[in-house]
Design a protein. Structure first.
Length: 345
């Protein structure tokens, strides 16, 4: 009887040890995870996200003793190319896909309905309204990610803090960009309530955006607002000098616009957004987090980034502006014009 009890105790002890070992950490040292990243378009904001995702994944891999085998591609806003890239990821049997910007995330969502490959999106402004998730707290399927939701009213407040007498505002955006739909509607609501006239101009290519900017100059607007619109972001380097010459400040929804010559960018830190996206990827792949129960990560939209060169050209003093804007944001910082954040190093 004693031998039987000892044997039973030994079995139970071994079982408990195995259970504790399993619960103490899910990392499998030496394991390789295949990750497919598709970027929507080549611009400063989205490229900064991708760079920080890859850098952070390399750091996490070193910390946890695993490897992230990353395949990266850019569809350059071409829907057919985007679909082919996603199909290639599926054929390559990636463990997880990353969709940078709303159109890519939506394509991946559709492509993974049956296979349920986990998808993490980055820089989707309004994942709820486009149907990517059931709620921000509980996405509900195989997809979650990070959002660069823009507080439009905060940007409008900055416009009128600088120029209380402004009576005509230009709205410059791509009507086909989902990221612009909600903030443009919010801007109209704000301006209507204030009794301020607004003029809408749109474009889907750099040439069309250039013509739209020229039209807004001819319209005599006092300022221009653009949300986190990737089409306008791509065209910013082509339009900022004409707006500067016309003395029209361009208020935008990301610091990368200011990097490329806009007067002011307001919104999330895209470098940090990329880091948090990578952390989410690792949580899912390495630690076994369920995308359906992983809340969408949102960020404080409190930073105003002013292009100091454009600021001077428009006749403003950066220090005075910082004081003017201080009540409306958590931080005011300066930047100079460059094609990418790497150029500032």
């Amino acid at each position: 009887m004693k031998k039987t009890r000892r044997a039973l105790a030994a079995i139970m002890t071994a079982a408990m040890a195995l259970s504790l070992a399993a619960c103490s950490g899910k990392t499998e040292a030496g394991k390789t995870y295949k990750v497919g990243i598709c970027n929507y378009v080549d611009d400063a904001s989205l490229n900064q996200i991708v760079d920080n995702i890859q850098t952070r994944l390399a750091e996490i891999g070193a910390e946890k003793g695993v490897t992230f085998d990353v395949s990266y591609d850019n569809c350059n806003a071409d829907a057919n190319v985007m679909s082919q890239i996603v199909s290639n990821f599926i054929a390559d049997e990636v463990d997880l896909m990353v969709g940078v910007a709303t159109p890519v995330a939506m394509n991946m969502q559709s492509a993974t309905e049956e296979n349920q490959i986990p998808v993490v999106f980055a820089a989707v402004s309004d994942p709820l309204s486009v149907g990517l998730v059931e709620s921000l707290e509980a996405p509900g399927s195989n997809i979650t990610g990070t959002s660069d939701f823009l507080d439009t009213n905060a940007v409008m407040n900055l416009i009128f803090a600088l120029d209380p007498e402004a009576d005509k505002i230009g709205l410059l955006y791509d009507i086909g960009q989902d990221s612009s739909t909600t903030p443009i509607a919010a801007a109209k609501e704000y301006l209507d309530a204030k009794g301020v006239e607004y003029v809408e101009r749109t474009g889907t290519t750099v040439d069309e955006v250039t013509l739209a900017a020229q039209a807004l100059i001819a319209d005599g607007v006092d300022a221009i607002f653009t949300p986190s619109d990737n089409t306008i972001m791509t065209a910013e380097l082509s339009i900022y000098e004409m707006l500067e010459e016309a003395k029209i400040p361009h208020y935008t929804g990301a610091d990368s616009f200011a990097l490329n010559g806009a007067f002011l960018g307001y919104g999330v830190d895209y470098a940090n957004l990329g880091v948090e996206t990578a952390n989410m990827i690792a949580d899912i792949l390495v630690d076994g987090a369920d995308p359906a129960a992983t809340p969408v990560k949102t960020f404080d939209n409190g930073t105003a980034t002013i292009n100091t060169e454009v600021c001077d050209a428009l006749g403003y003093d950066f220090n005075e502006l910082s004081e003017t804007f201080a009540p409306y944001c958590t931080e005011v910082k300066g930047i100079v014009t460059a094609e990418s954040f790497d150029d500032l190093d």
